[in-house]
Design a protein around this ligand. Structure first.
Ligand SMILES: O=P(O)(O)O[C@@H]1C[C@H](O)[C@@H](CO)O1
Ligand code: HPA
Length: 319
């Protein structure tokens, strides 16, 4: 459901959030959920479904979360949908294009759980809370995270509608001292100082390129470096020029902290960006980035994404 704001733009109405039960301080003014609380959330979900997912999929903006018919999350069979509002102590989605539910079911034979809607820093959630579902997935038995996102194409050779296999990321928010792993470390999830040089699984990336070739997607498949800014504003020309200089290929507002959280708890990760708009690095250009275009490109590519990701799930499940 959406309402119009004063400018006539469609926005999601604010939802009432459940009262938070916060038990541990992360030493930075924020409170975090304990391992036991996350276990409670996972156990609650396990009572709601018989599906035991091994792959978790995060649907990016407009990529299965908004366009109800034919979207990736709607392709899942034996689907059991659990709205975020019904999950105790779970955040809620506030962004248009992020439906706000977990979908348990199967893609082919493979048991999966899809997040039809993710949480972003700009919604007001601290990074650890944006990433809470990843740890819940881990406790559900998920071994592999497939994080998809909509992103602006900064690499000049990229075109709108291209798919970028993420080879690596630059954690810009981390440079500014903001990290989802900040605070006391619970070794049951992972080590205090996790390595990040193998963030995006090499084998998966090879498979993704092979499958893209088989599906004749060679002309739209790219590989590159993603970075996340806090949002919600899109970037200035000067910011984009700077990001280009340091080797960024695609710019978004998510994924990096999710991947860090997933790697911390030893999940294997695959990242995929849909290039939904061109990053404008020239003051003479009239066009402006906007969320509607992001959602429209998601819709334009939904059939292709559904086919590609379903194939990848099948291949990844064999590794
Ligand atoms: O959830 P993702 O990262 O796919 O969403 C991108 C970033 C912003 O949330 C939004 C901007 O249009 O799309
Ligand atoms: O150009 C962008 N910048 C940041 N986030 C985005 N998400 C989609 N497009 C963009």
């Amino acid at each position: 459901m959406s309402v119009q704001n004063m400018n006539g733009t469609k926005v999601k109405p604010a939802k009432e959030t459940l009262p938070e039960v916060e038990v541990e301080s992360n030493g930075n003014g924020h409170k975090m959920y304990s391992y036991e609380m996350l276990e409670e959330i996972a156990n609650f979900l396990l009572t709601k479904t018989n599906i035991r997912p091994i792959i978790g999929i995060i649907c990016g903006s407009g990529m299965g979360s908004y366009w109800k018919d034919g979207s990736l999350a709607d392709t899942i069979t034996d689907a059991e949908r659990i709205p975020y509002e019904e999950i105790p102590n779970f955040p809620t989605s506030t962004v248009e294009g992020h439906h706000g539910q977990l979908v348990f079911g199967r893609l082919g034979e493979v048991p999966v759980v899809a997040m039809q809607g993710r949480f972003h820093y700009y919604e007001g959630y601290p990074l650890w809370k944006c990433c809470l579902p990843i740890r819940v997935m881990k406790l559900l038995g998920v071994k592999t995270l497939m994080a998809t996102n909509a992103a602006g194409g900064l690499n000049p050779s990229y075109k709108i509608g291209d798919l970028m296999i993420v080879t690596d990321h630059i954690n810009l928010m981390g440079f500014a001292g903001n990290n989802p792993l900040q605070g006391p470390n619970d070794e049951r999830f992972g080590p205090r100082f996790p390595p990040m040089n193998k963030a995006y699984n090499y084998e998966y990336r090879k498979i993704a390129k092979k499958v893209a070739k088989e599906l004749k997607l060679d002309n739209i498949i790219r590989e590159g470096i993603y970075t996340c800014l806090g949002g919600p504003n899109f970037e200035t020309v000067a910011e984009l020029r700077m990001l280009k200089m340091v080797g960024v290929d695609a710019v978004g507002m998510s994924t990096v902290h999710e991947v860090i959280t997933a790697r911390h708890c030893d999940m294997k990760v695959f990242g995929l960006s849909l290039i939904t708009n061109e990053c404008i690095t020239n003051y003479e250009v009239e066009a402006e980035a906007n969320h509607e275009e992001v959602l429209d490109v998601g819709k334009m590519r939904q059939d292709l994404l559904r086919e590609y990701i379903s194939r990848l799930v099948h291949e990844f499940s064999k590794v």
